[in-house]
Design a protein around this ligand. Structure first.
Ligand code: ADP
Ligand code: ZN
Length: 720
């Protein structure tokens, strides 16, 4: 090639053409450095005919500067990048950036410098230094990362480096990972597991696209079953990607993986240290990485030779990214498998209706594990009607549930109370004047967190200590907590059962893999009697001594503008119920509700999954909702409320008039203020067959807005 077209990371500039200097070797997918004005930029060499751009005269082209020493992005990945951009109406450059900048580091040497405390005291101790040094105990990372951890500027830490208080450590980022062995400790599978595993292994060996829905009840041994095709891929030196919905789950998974394969897999998530991130990225691109366990972003890594993708807990909403490129990793995983011509396994006890529908129509192959492994029985489920069986005043647990908790404690068994609400109370108000604490950046209430003594916004992270006086009327000691969060339920348990050891499990308390691991270890060692947790505890965990599950408020998820509210409620309650009785002792589940006749609650009570899915299918069909119709959202935001509103109106004013497409709005988005930006929204509901993306592209393509306006498209949105 003597001229090339590049994707660069600035959508506004589009594709750019360059000249290839003599002797430089580039191919499609090569990552290169190019001049742009006085700057240097990184770009990816792309097929010219697949990337519209203005063809520039040969004589005007500037030469490329350098080819980075990393493998070119393979054709399969390039097609996935294009598909993702096209399907989710996102700029190609944004998708390409997820592939590269997630690596963070293609250039540079194979060592990086991290720093840690040396034990030397600084010549002069300042309060800032003391705080920083305290925060950095047991930490080792780059200066930038340490500065973030300690909430100080880089300069403060540089000062400490100069005085020898922080010492450098050279980290070799190309050091190899331990090798997994396919035959390390093979379990004896049940007959049913073996049948399913054989199908997976066949598909891995056949090296063809094969999407599977592994539909197995909680505790049926899905993990063991999909470990067999993982082994098959390892045997033939191909890479495996396992997507998990939550980093808190990773730790337990890693241990299980290590038991089976004799080595821990590579972990990929957004809070990796930059040295680890670089190391993983290079091993993945170079083909040395065998198995990667990751959050959704691991899907866009440049695997050298992928042989299998597994999406565990595939129904989870955390696979949906709600910022930047708004993709659903479950769907992209299937597309990646298609481009790579490999099998993909979506595993779940409560599959998304969309996935079941794909199985129904023969596109996915559904394989079932209908019973629990080793003869464990599914728990019995009882409904507590809160209209009749009332908790005491100021409390949230009904008498039956309290009795059941007491009984477990007497028997030395564990209980789990589930409430999907972090913090102590969702709303704080002044008893004197009624003032409510609201986030200054979002249209949301501040949530009281007693452990950390903060009022916090769950949307933007804004935090403030609870003030001693009401900011409105000035009264002292007047703040009252309204409604329960998990911390408050934990308090209630402590009052009812003072001798019980209670542990709160949320993304606040288990926010690092280490804390999550410590929690799992404690629970397994029976050092916890009652776990009070959010959706974090609904999945993955396997505690054999846990025999009671109480759902504190099953109605919580049914409120609010979520198009999959019923499905979500079903999934969460069924999953959390699935934590009970996984060992030899049978489990019991209590569900507190005010709507015992709602279809989702009665299906749960009857343990009749099909009844729920049938009712939900009919409701969705009637509403033209997925999988029978399609939804998309256009979100317009600006820091200036008027500007946002005007832009949304302008979009609304040019709406296309099409027979199979209904367009609603603009209207203020449910979170009408988020992180300081005012948000308006239009909703599009169309027939399955409508080319929604094309419609949106041509609709928005000709419109121009002020610089402060951001317009984003959400295809297949989760919440309205
Ligand atoms: P699921 O993911 O379907 O909820 P798991 O894979 O976590 O189920 O399995 C539930 C429990 O049964 C785990 O403790 C697991 O180790 C055990 N188990 C499953 N299959 C086997 C097997 N073939 N041999 C031994 N133990 C198994
Ligand atoms: Zn906020």
């Amino acid at each position: 090639m003597n001229r090339v077209r590049l994707i660069i990371f600035n959508a506004a500039l589009g594709a750019l053409d360059y000249k290839v200097p003599n002797g430089m070797n580039v191919e499609h997918g090569s990552v290169v450095v190019a001049p742009l004005g006085p700057r240097q930029i990184i770009g990816i060499v792309w097929e010219e005919d697949r990337l519209p751009g203005d063809t520039v005269a040969e004589s005007k082209l500037r030469p490329l500067l350098e080819v980075l020493p990393i493998p070119p992005l393979r054709k399969e990945l390039r097609r996935l990048i294009e598909w993702t951009a096209d399907y989710y109406c996102a700029p190609l450059s944004s998708v390409a950036r997820m592939v590269l900048s997630s690596g963070g580091a293609m250039r540079g040497p194979s060592t990086m410098t991290e720093y840690r405390l040396s034990g030397t005291e600084p010549e002069r101790m300042t309060p800032q230094r003391a705080v920083a040094m305290d925060a950095l105990k047991n930490e080792q990372a780059t200066i930038r990362e340490l500065a973030e951890l300690a909430s100080v500027s880089d300069a403060v830490l540089r000062g400490l480096v100069n005085q020898g208080v922080l010492e450098p450590v050279e980290v070799n980022i190309d050091r190899p990972y331990p090798k997994a062995k396919a035959d390390f400790d093979q379990p004896k599978l049940s007959e049913n597991q073996q049948e399913v595993a054989d199908r997976f292994v066949e598909a891995v060996e056949a090296r063809t696209f094969a999407p599977f829905l592994l539909d197995g009840v909680t505790g049926s041994g899905k993990t063991e079953t999909y470990f067999e095709p993982v082994a098959a891929a390892l045997r033939t030196n191909r890479q495996v990607l396992v997507l998990l919905p939550e980093i808190a789950l990773t730790e337990a998974f890693l241990r299980r993986f290590e038991d089976r394969f004799g080595a821990v897999p590579i972990v990929w998530h957004s809070s990796l240290k930059s040295t680890e991130r670089r190391r993983a990225w290079r091993a993945i691109a170079g083909g040395e990485a065998q198995v990667v366990v990751g959050a959704r972003s691991a899907l866009f890594l440049p695997y050298a030779n992928l042989g299998l993708i597994v999406v565990d807990e595939a129904h989870e909403i955390s696979f949906k990214q709600d910022e930047g490129v708004r993709y659903n990793a479950r769907d992209v995983a299937v597309m990646r498998a298609r481009f790579e011509k490999i099998p993909v396994i979506l595993a779940s006890a409560t599959p998304a209706l969309e996935s079941l529908q794909m199985a129904e129509s023969g596109i996915y192959k559904r394989l079932e594990l209908p019973s629990r492994f080793g003869g464990a029985t599914l728990p019995t489920i009882s409904i507590i009607d809160l209209n009749e069986s009332k908790p005491e005043r100021g409390r949230w647990l009904a008498p039956e549930l309290v009795e059941a908790l007491k009984l477990r404690l007497e028997k030395g068994e564990q209980s789990l109370l589930f409430l999907n609400r972090r913090g102590y109370a969702p709303l704080t108000l002044c008893r004197n004047c009624g003032y409510r604490f609201q986030c200054p950046n979002c249209s949301a209430w501040l949530v009281e967190h007693r452990f950390s003594q903060r009022l916090a916004c769950h949307h933007c992270g804004h935090e403030t200590p609870p003030p001693p006086t009401c900011p409105d009327c000035g009264e002292t000691d007047c703040l009252v907590a309204c409604g329960p969060g998990v911390e408050r339920i934990a308090d209630e348990v402590a009052e009812i059962l003072p001798e019980a050891r209670v542990s709160v499990a949320t993304s606040d308390t288990l926010n690092t893999p280490e804390k999550a691991a410590a929690f799992v270890a404690e629970a397994e060692a029976k050092a916890i009697d009652v776990i009070v947790g959010t959706q974090l505890v609904t999945k993955g965990f396997h505690f054999p001594e846990l025999t009671l599950v109480g759902v504190v408020d099953a109605d919580l998820g049914l409120e609010g503008g979520d198009l999959r509210a019923a499905e979500r409620t079903y999934q969460q309650v069924a999953q959390v119920a699935g934590r009970a009785g996984r060992g030899s002792k049978p489990g019991e589940v209590f569900i507190q509700t005010r709507h015992k006749d709602a279809p989702v609650i009665s299906a749960l009570a009857a343990g009749d999954r099909d009844a729920f899915y049938d009712a939900e299918t009919e409701a969705r069909r009637g509403a033209g909702a997925p999988p029978f119709g399609r939804w998309a959202a256009i979100i317009v935001s600006s820091e200036d409320e008027n500007e946002a509103k005007e832009a949304a109106r302008a979009i609304g004013g040019t709406r296309p008039n099409l027979p199979d497409v209904m367009i609603l709005g603009p209207a203020p988005a449910p979170l009408s203020l988020l992180r300081g930006r005012y948000r308006y929204r239009l909703l599009i509901n169309a027939r399955r067959s409508a080319q929604v993306q094309d419609i949106i592209r041509s609709w928005l393509g000709d419109l121009n807005f002020g610089r402060g306006v951001r317009v984003s498209v959400d295809i297949d949105p989760y919440s309205f």
